[in-house]
Design a protein around this ligand. Structure first.
Ligand code: FPP
Length: 244
């Protein structure tokens, strides 16, 4: 395992060739991932859950490197659902500790991020995070806000229903204050109040683990996206699955 967000190119010559061929055609501008199957992977390998999630993080960094090379400008990942708070305290703590460790690493690797022009955004209800994690993610967001070459949106803690509820509440407040007229509430008015308002909708959403559902992820934003459900657990996701 490599403890970094920005990996060295580890692809084989055949994988590089395949990427070069794919890049000749149209490449999606924005791809979203539901990184599902870390626990089933851990069970299948007889390792503990924490190790499964760590390998899930490792796979994320590999995937980001592939996307960067393919010219996919924006990547959005479902790192923690608000529903995940219902898991055991031990597992929630483990995922939060992982996030703390990895966002601290991201800050330590700031120079590499600046070099690659990566802007990191945290999408979701950050008030549900501990004050320490809120501070850390806000430091990451501020440090990379000016970068424009590629964008990584980390959704945590996130659900679409929470995001849409937040947007509707904001519109209601603005309507009551007379800032916006009810007749002006259209799709654009809603989109511009979602946490994802800075991003174009993803052209492609990939979910691993064989589950064929969206689990409250980007419901509004994927109404026209191609949905790809891959029958592989997230830590086993390979560049060939992405290229396919
Ligand atoms: C779903 O698999 C995965 C998660 C709930 C966590 C995903 C998190 C990572 C890959 C690490 C990302 C970390 C950072 C800091 C961005 P699951 O646990 O639901 O597994 P299962 O479907 O087999 O039960």
């Amino acid at each position: 395992m490599t403890d970094t967000w920005i990996r060295q190119d580890e692809r084989t010559w055949l994988q590089k060739l395949a990427c070069a061929v794919i890049k000749q055609g149209p490449v999606p501008r924005h791809v979203a991932f539901i990184m599902d199957g870390n626990r089933r992977f851990a069970t299948s390998r007889h390792i503990d859950r924490a190790q499964g999630h760590l390998m899930g993080f490792d796979k994320l960094t590999e995937t980001l490197e592939w996307c960067l090379d393919l010219g996919i400008r924006e990547v959005t990942v479902y790192a923690f659902s608000i529903e995940n708070f219902k898991r055991s305290a031990e597992e929630v703590d483990c995922l939060m500790e992982l996030a703390k460790k990895k966002f601290a690493l991201l800050l330590a690797e700031k120079d590499k991020l600046m070099h690659h022009g990566v802007c990191v955004r945290i999408i979701g209800n950050s008030s549900l995070l501990s004050p320490e994690l809120q501070q850390l993610v806000s430091d990451v967001v501020i440090a990379t806000a000016g970068n424009r070459k590629s964008i990584l949106n980390v959704c945590m803690p996130y659900t679409s229903r929470d995001e849409i509820t937040h947007a509707v509440r904001q519109l209601a407040t603005e309507t009551a204050a007379g800032v916006i007229n009810p007749s002006e509430i259209d799709e654009n008015a809603i989109s511009s109040r979602l946490h994802t308002h800075l991003s174009p909708d993803p052209e492609l959403l990939i979910r691993t683990s064989g589950e064929c559902r969206l689990s409250d992820f980007l419901l509004w934003q994927t109404s026209n996206s191609v949905l790809s459900f891959v029958r592989v657990l997230w830590p086993d996701f390979s560049i060939w699955h992405l290229l396919a």
